[in-house]
Design a protein around this ligand. Sequence first.
Ligand code: CP
Length: 309
Amino acid sequence: MLKDRNYIDPSDFSVKELDEVMDLAQEIKERPSDFCHVCDGKLLGTLFYEPSTRTRFSFEAAMLRLGGQVIGFSEPGSSSVSKGESLRDTIRTVGSYTDIITMRHPKEGAPNFAGAYTYVPLINAGDGGHQHPTQTLTDLFTIREAHGRLDNLVIGLCGDLKFGRTVHSLIKAMSAHTGITFVLISPEELRVPEYIKSTILDAKGISYKEVERLEEVIDDLDILYMTRVQKERFFNEADYVRLKDSYILDLEKLEHAKEDLAILHPLPRVNEIANEVDDDPRAWYFRQVKNGMFVRMALIMKLLGVDHA
Ligand code: CP
């Protein structure tokens, strides 16, 4: 039962519960008009302490397409946060007016903290370099659509694996499935944090290898999950400039890839996927963007305990 729960970490929901959300998302995708009034009278609060395009717009679109309404801020300077209001008080205040809240915050762990004080279901829309569980729901749904399964896959994760919260969440979620091999492709400085290797990959006996060159491994992959080197997470501009163009996926590199490879990217992209790749049938990242709205529609319905006809 997902009603009234928070969704802060990918492991908050079991594989079965995630499947339930994705099955509902599939129904919504196939028959959107059946769902256009299921959230009539409901209100979503969106608290974005950090910039966003996809996550904020897809949450707003999701609630509006379900018949509900949305209030919130896209940067905290326009709220009483700028006067020094605590996160605890903001969450209680917004929860007094709304039925469900989604929050993005630059501080790792902020949603866990807020989750202890919220009056209504709270969804983590990304916290610093930590986790991004609704992106993961989107990624799982898209992988399932591309390959028809979530097990027995070779998944390449490429780019900023150190600060990339989408990568951390995806590793966590995919590690619950059998027959998964991760190929972790990054410069040495941007490798997956040790705590993720020790508490998830090593602890669960998941097969993985770390490499620096995409060209060495691209022909093995079923999924290639590209990520941006995130300027906002670096303390030193020179390090960012040195690493930012470490990987640029183009059609030449794809010549050696499988025909059914699915290329995903949480977006935004900067240079890491050349525009020429967008028209390749293996490019799934804009289908992934759209799927993000359907999975968020399903998630809102489940957490509100809303039924459909
Ligand atoms: N994928 C993602 O989180 O994109 P935004 O930062 O635009 O929300």
